[in-house]
Every structure is written in structure tokens, then in C-alpha cells.
Design a protein around this ligand. Structure first.
Ligand code: 173
Length: 323
């Protein structure tokens, strides 16, 4: 025998220990890039609760917090480096690491179709390579972005106006002649209050949660693009999970992705609330509206193709509406 009895028992003991360690409860640290009072992060916290209920004794999520715990534009790096295990974040906040993530805004097909047509897998591979991340689920979807203003405009020309942006809006608002100022959402209220900006980009929903209706006079229609916020998991953290633990996260992710069907209602309610709050719409209609939207997509795709000549054309094939 190669092992003495003692050696054999200790080998078995170590094997048992390894099995035991695999079965032990794992706690993952999660961060959200949006404020805790927003519908976004509250729904993400429901996702966390679902995982914690289904994953009792197996996998748990420790929710660290929102932008007060970590600046939104640092979340991508923290996830990539394993400082956090799970991130609830939009692509525009980590274009420094993965410029292609901003292309989510240009998706004109439902996630179910992107999961079928290869678009989801293509992005998942980029997340794997560039972010060290697993793309679990997209929560925010089917919601257009808008330009909100404190001063009126009569034509789609933002010359002389300073507009708050993230990478989502940079190419479009620049193409319309704006001077663009990038800020995290948490700085928008003060920027409006101090007159540092004359407007901002944001989805159709959510401004009331942030108090921005107080400083907003106009919303420009039509909306453009498609807002995205997703759940990402650090690859090394994922690799340490067993199948049962992964299943808990995957199922909660599926639940979160189907929550996207709530957006139509929320969008309509928020638009009505904006009207009731006295926010006037400046609407470009007919051919002018078409041209406004076409310019948004033209500028958006030109930006993605420039940032990622390698992957941009492929993403356009998957994401853009078939002509
Ligand atoms: O901060 C932003 O305006 C932004 O880029 C964004 C992206 C997705 C949802 C909400 C805001």
C-alpha cells in the first residue's frame, strides 16, 4: 500500500473537507450603481431577497449599497477586479473597460430575441473577456431616453446649451451642437440648481425619485434608444459556485429579466406625472421627429463603431432593427 493507514484516513478526510467546503454557504457582495430609493435599485433588492430566500444555507447576497457606497463610474472596475462579486449597473458607467457595453442602448429587439439570435452570447463573451464577468440578466429595457431642458428650444439644435450627459448621450447631443458635461446621476440636481447645465439626458421614467422635476421645465420628444441596467457577476466568484448555487442566481435573474414587462406601465405613469407637474413637451413630430430619432441612432452607432471597430459591426447586426 502506498499510504499508511494514517495517510489514507487523512486523504479521505481532506477529500471530505473539500466536499464540505463546496457545500458551505457562500456570501456574495453586491453593489448598485443607482440610488437606493430608485425603482431600479429597489427591484434589484427584490432580486437579492429572492436569492437569499431560495439560497438559504447555500448562497447569499450581502447588499453593500448604492452610489453612496461606491461612485457609479467605479462599479465596473470593482466588479472586474473582484472588489465586489455582483454589480447592478448600466453599460454607460464602465465604457472605460468595455466600450461595447454602451451598445445596449441601441438594441431594437427584445432580450428574448437577442438570446436566440446570438446577440446575448456575443455580448456575454465580451463580458467574459473584458470585464471578467458573467452577464446574468438585463433588468431595465423598453424605456426610451429623453432630453430634458430648463430652457426652450424651437428646433433640434442645442448650440449654446450645456447638457449633462453620460456616454449614452454624448455622440447624439454633441451632433446637435450641445456643450456636453459628464456627471453621475447624483450630481444632476446641483448642476441644474447652479445653472452649470441647461438640461440633461435621462430615461422617460425616474426623474421624480431624484427630485429633478423641481428644476425641469421641458421634455423633448420623441425619445430615443433603449435604457439598459443589468446584473453582472464576477467570473472568479461564479467559478467557485456549484450548480445548485448557480441555479438560484440564474432563476432570480430570469425573474428580473421578465420584470422588464413592467416598464410600459411605469413609463406611461411617469409621462403623465411629468405633465401634471407642469413639465411641457417640446415635440418634434412627423418627418422632424423621424429625423431626430434617425440622427440619434446614426450618431450612436457611429460612436460605437469608432470605439470598437472590431465588435461594433457585429453588434449592429444583432441589435439593430431589421430593415
Ligand atoms: O446616467 C444616465 O443618464 C444613464 O446613462 C442611464 C443609463 C441607464 C438608465 C438610466 C440612466
Amino acid at each position: 500500500m502506498r499510504f499508511g493507514l494514517l495517510g489514507l484516513t487523512s486523504a479521505i478526510g481532506m477529500a471530505l473537507l473539500a466536499v464540505g467546503a463546496k457545500a458551505q454557504e457562500v456570501t456574495l457582495r453586491a453593489i448598485a450603481a443607482f440610488a437606493e430609493q430608485t425603482n431600479y435599485t429597489r427591484t434589484f433588492m427584490e432580486f437579492v431577497e429572492r436569492v437569499n430566500a431560495a439560497g438559504k444555507g447555500s448562497v447569499q447576497i450581502n447588499f453593500i449599497g448604492g452610489p453612496k457606497a461606491m461612485p457609479p463610474f467605479e462599479v465596473g472596475n470593482a466588479l472586474k477586479n473582484g472588489v465586489v462579486d455582483i454589480a447592478y449597473v448600466t453599460g454607460a458607467f464602465y465604457t472605460n473597460i468595455m466600450p461595447e457595453a454602451d451598445a445596449w442602448k441601441l438594441t431594437e429587439r427584445p432580450m428574448a430575441e437577442l438570446r436566440r439570435n446570438g446577440g446575448f452570447d456575443y455580448m456575454a463573451k465580451l463580458y467574459d473577456q473584458k470585464m471578467n464577468a458573467i452577464l446574468l440578466a438585463r433588468h431595465v429595457n423598453d424605456a426610451p431616453f429623453h432630453l430634458y431642458l430648463t430652457k426652450p428650444i424651437t428646433k433640434p439644435d442645442l448650440t449654446g446649451l450645456k447638457i449633462r450627459i453620460t456616454p449614452v448621450y454624448r455622440d447624439f447631443f454633441s451632433a446637435l451642437g450641445a456643450t456636453v458635461v459628464q456627471t453621475a446621476p447624483g450630481e444632476v440636481y446641483t448642476a441644474l440648481e447652479r445653472g452649470v447645465v441647461d438640461g440633461y439626458g435621462w430615461p422617460i421614467h425616474g426623474i421624480f425619485e431624484l427630485g429633478w422635476q423641481e428644476k425641469t421645465k421641458y421634455r423633448v420628444d420623441p425619445g430615443f434608444y433603449n435604457a439598459e441596467v443589468s446584473v453582472l457577476i464576477n467570473k472568479a466568484a461564479w467559478a467557485k459556485l456549484n450548480d445548485a448555487q448557480r441555479k438560484v442566481l440564474t432563476e432570480a435573474g430570469e425573474w428580473l429579466e421578465t420584470k422588464a414587462s413592467d416598464w410600459a406601465k411605469i413609463n406611461a405613469e411617469d409621462a403623465a406625472k411629468q405633465k401634471a407637474a407642469g413639465i411641457e413637451t417640446i415635440a418634434f413630430t412627423g418627418a422632424d421627429g423621424e429625423a431626430f430619432r434617425a440622427k440619434a441612432y446614426e450618431a450612436g452607432w457611429a460612436g460605437i463603431l469608432k470605439q470598437s471597430p472590431e465588435h461594433g459591426p457585429k453588434l449592429k447586426e444583432f441589435f439593430a432593427k431589421a430593415n
